[in-house]
Design a protein around this ligand. Structure first.
Ligand code: ADP
Length: 267
């Protein structure tokens, strides 16, 4: 069992990811796909007159401030356009995919964090009304029910809080929690870079191997959202996942390439 997370940044080739997954599925390999949609969410939010607001925590992590309106736009894009677009691609390729969010059947569950500490103009402020959180529990039963019945699950944030509220969660870390809960042999985090770069954006500075017991030691090379991927990789290997690959979703056969070790391999 392999969990594949494909991001939502510019340059990602969803067609290549789906075609590669469909070919491997046909050979009998089993996958769960988790996807992002941040680039498209930003575009739709701008078009609807509610531009995205990104905040940086005092420890340097960047996240989307998710008020109720942002959450609804996020759901339109993630659960609607992107998820159904991927499911449609799989259907065209002859793979019976089922698209669900973390809300559906409580697939991704976590605590709702209503306020966030953010650095703005050099000062730390507390912003309230945030609909975010972190995945703490995964409904593995529902995911395996689908897999055992022959369906390819295509999953996305939001998650659901213990109180039943939709919360925006990081997709990489949700995929890491899922991979750990499923006892996956590998987790592939595919994005629009070749992997973790020692000197971003110099693609020649690719870090090819990270030892499983020192993933956090590599956090210093990751800026902004890449930090979440490194953190997700650390959580997955700590949770028993055999191998995490930070790979390139712009490649021709991006899943096969990552499985063959292209990218940054954490093991
Ligand atoms: P996705 O939406 O595909 O999951 P993100 O945009 O969240 O991807 O994260 C990937 C981005 O992280 C890259 O496009 C790049 O701009 C940024 N990044 C920051 N530091 C690094 C680094 N050291 N190596 C690679 N990418 C990095």
């Amino acid at each position: 069992m392999i969990v594949v997370k494909v991001g939502g940044s510019a340059g990602i080739d969803y067609g290549a990811v789906c075609a590669d997954l469909a070919a491997l599925w046909e050979e009998g390999r089993r996958f769960v796909l988790v996807h992002g949609g941040s680039g498209e969410t930003n575009r739709v939010a701008e078009a609807l007159g509610h531009p995205p607001r990104f905040v940086t925590s005092p420890s340097g992590y960047t996240s989307r401030f998710t008020d109720r309106e942002t959450l609804e736009i996020f759901e339109m894009v993630y659960c609607g356009k992107v998820n159904k677009g991927l499911v449609e691609r799989f259907q065209r390729l002859g793979v019976n995919a089922v698209g669900l969010s973390g809300l559906d059947g409580r697939i991704f569950e976590g605590r709702h964090k209503d306020s966030v500490r953010a650095v703005e103009n050099g000062k730390v402020k507390v912003l309230r009304g945030d609909h975010t959180g972190t995945v703490e529990r995964v409904n593995v039963g529902l995911v395996t029910l689908l897999l055992d019945a022959g369906y390819l699950p295509v999953l996305n944030p939001p998650a659901v809080s213990y109180g039943g509220v939709a919360i925006n969660v990081d997709g990489d870390r949700a995929a890491a929690a899922l991979a750990a809960a499923l006892g996956a042999e590998a987790l592939l985090l595919l994005s629009n870079v070749p992997g973790l770069l020692r000197a971003f954006p110099d693609e020649a500075s690719l870090i090819r191997q990270i030892p499983a017991d020192d993933v956090e030691g590599y956090l210093e090379f990751a800026q902004d959202r890449m930090k979440k991927k490194v953190l997700g990789a650390a959580e997955a290997v700590r949770g028993g996942v055999g191998r995490v690959v930070l790979g390139d979703a712009r490649a021709e056969r991006p899943v096969s390439a990552a499985l063959a070790g292209a990218g940054t391999v954490v093991s």
